[in-house]
Design a protein around this ligand. Structure first.
Ligand code: XMP
Length: 525
């Protein structure tokens, strides 16, 4: 989509650590629009973005290290307010002629900073003593000319400086991390008092802009969208629907590996809420046949991926044939790409790569579409807010992550229609009780797993049973890269266990997975 509609971003220059994305998020939490750019961009490229302010992020290296990224002094002379953090702070010092020295007094972790002026632009309204998060080996011992030093720590005599005339600011610490107690206040002070930004950007008031951008991009052509039932594709579809109405056709591939009620949620609730033209492509038999006899997890994943592409291709051909015409071909494919997918920190190189996702893997030549990616400037929680603003049902907006291969990778053993039915019922009970207990937004997700090839002896009523175990895998996580098992209250677990063993006759045992990630992954396959 055209990013020019989101004029005047706060540019976050990525010096290569993981901090740039987090800073961009914090800027948005302060209601200003932000974009991350790599430090390898030239000053001209950055200024061409017409930034309202520039933030220089932290980075992994010493400014004296070989190949350490440099800051072009011209960026500090362009009249744009600049705020340097950690490495960005030291890079400013180097560019402006102060002194960065190996003092042997590195600081790592929580550190006390003494603010010498609590009415300054950055520190107005904050206590003189504050806890800040540090991560530096070198220290600034002499501030550049014209810079007023406004904070110090025991290891960093110059821990913050400000110059209201040139509107240049910096702190040695990481205000973006929560351990810096007043970090967000310092950032907001920079944005509002230092840079004079009207902080009025919020995801719900950009919904209209996103819609307008799609309208402009797509014109009169027809658009196709694969609707999984997940939040990203649903919100992307809702934006496109609002933009071009009936020019959009959504395809929902029912592979039979969905959870109870999910197809209906898309078919009924989503269609009612948004009015989209929806085709449900029933591929349940196709998937079951392809998966027959397969037990190896990776083979299952490959088969499911392949069959999905096949089913989607078939459905897409139908749409191209039925909905398009010569004047209005089906030219566009909606993709729910999010901002973190677009910007990736470049790690060790100290450089950021801008990665764009170009296609749904493996579509054949006669089915090549151009991409509409209405969410490519948004973070996940912002997508949810836009979704709510556009009336996407809450059950979809707040849906927990669910893997593409669905229940297929939650049956340990061969996937059959009967086993899917057992798992679907157990999963529905677990979801119902976790919701009832108000835990939906507390836990990241809770896979429910059927150990289909395992049986154990039980007793029910007067009889002996020989049934399957069900595993509950509730986890808490921030990003699914690491996770811990959730401490779900015992009484909730007890209710889930009782209900599953009472209501799903094939299951006679419910077990709880108490493994963190690592070493265990979240899904069992
Ligand atoms: P693991 O099991 O690797 O899962 O700890 C991490 C997160 O990714 C989800 N997941 C997937 N999502 N397609 C997806 O869209 C997949 O093939 C897939 N496999 C795992 C998983 O549910 C968890 O949130």
């Amino acid at each position: 989509m055209s990013e020019s509609l989101q004029a005047k971003p706060v540019l976050v220059v990525d010096f290569g650590a993981q901090y740039a994305q987090l800073i961009a998020r914090r800027v948005r939490e302060a209601d200003a629009y932000s974009e991350v750019v790599p430090h390898t961009w030239s000053t001209e490229q950055m200024l061409a973005k017409q930034p309202s302010a520039i933030i220089l992020s932290g980075g992994p290296s010493s400014v004296y290290a070989d190949g350490a990224p440099r800051l072009d002094p011209a960026l500090l002379e362009a009249g744009i307010p600049v705020f340097g953090m950690c490495y960005g702070f030291q890079a400013m010092v180097q560019a402006l002629g102060g002194t960065v020295a190996h003092t042997g007094l590195g600081e790592y972790g929580a550190t006390q900073a003494q603010v010498s002026d609590t009415t300054s632009t950055l520190f107005n309204g904050q206590p003189a003593d504050q806890s800040v998060w540090m991560s530096h080996g070198d220290s600034v011992t002499e501030a550049p000319d014209g810079m007023r030093v406004t904070a110090a720590t025991s290891g960093a005599p110059v821990a913050a400086f400000e110059d209201d005339e040139r509107r240049l600011y910096g702190v040695q610490w990481h205000p973006e991390v929560l351990h810096s107690t007043f970090g967000q206040r310092v950032l907001e002070n920079f944005l509002v008092r230092g840079a004079g930004i009207d902080t009025d950007w919020t995801p719900d008031n950009v919904a209209d802009e996103l819609v307008a951008a799609v309208r402009e991009q797509v014109g009169e052509d027809r658009v196709l969208c694969a609707l999984s039932g997940g939040v990203d594709s649903a919100v992307a579809a809702a934006i496109v629907q609002k933009a071009v109405g009936d020019q959009l056709t959504c395809v929902h591939v029912d592979h039979g590996l969905l959870r109870e009620g999910e197809r209906e949620q898309v078919e009924r609730e989503f269609v009612e809420a948004t009015g989209v033209d929806l085709i449900v492509y029933d591929a349940r038999e196709q998937f079951l046949t392809a998966l027959a006899g397969v037990t190896d997890p990776e083979t299952k994943r490959k088969i499911i991926g392949r069959e999905f592409i096949r089913a989607f291709e078939q459905a897409a051909r139908d749409v191209v044939e039925d909905r398009g015409d010569e004047e209005h071909p089906v030219k566009w494919l909606v993709q729910g790409t999010l901002y973190p997918d677009v910007v990736e920190s470049g790690g060790g190189e100290g450089a950021a790569n801008i990665k764009s996702h170009h296609n749904v893997g493996g579509l054949p030549d006669d089915l090549q579409f151009a991409l509409v990616e209405p969410l490519r400037t948004l973070f996940k929680d912002e997508v949810r807010q836009v979704g709510l603003e556009l009336g996407v049902p809450e059950a979809i907006v707040w849906r927990q992550p669910f893997p593409g291969p669905g229940l297929g990778i939650r049956i340990i053993g061969e996937v059959t229609a009967e086993r899917l039915e057992i798992l679907r019922r157990a999963d529905a009970i677990a979801r119902e009780e976790l919701s009832e207990a108000g835990l939906d937004r507390e836990i990241w997700q809770c896979p429910v797993v059927l150990l289909a090839d395992v049986r154990s002896v039980g007793v029910q009523g007067d009889g002996r049973t020989y049934g399957h175990p069900i595993v509950l895998r509730p986890v808490s996580s921030e990003d699914a890269m690491t996770a811990d098992w959730s401490r779900v209250p015992y009484d909730v677990l007890a209710t889930i266990s009782n209900r599953i063993t009472n209501e799903v006759s094939e299951v006679n045992r419910v077990v709880l997975d108490i493994t963190s990630k690592p070493p265990g992954t979240i899904e069992w396959e």
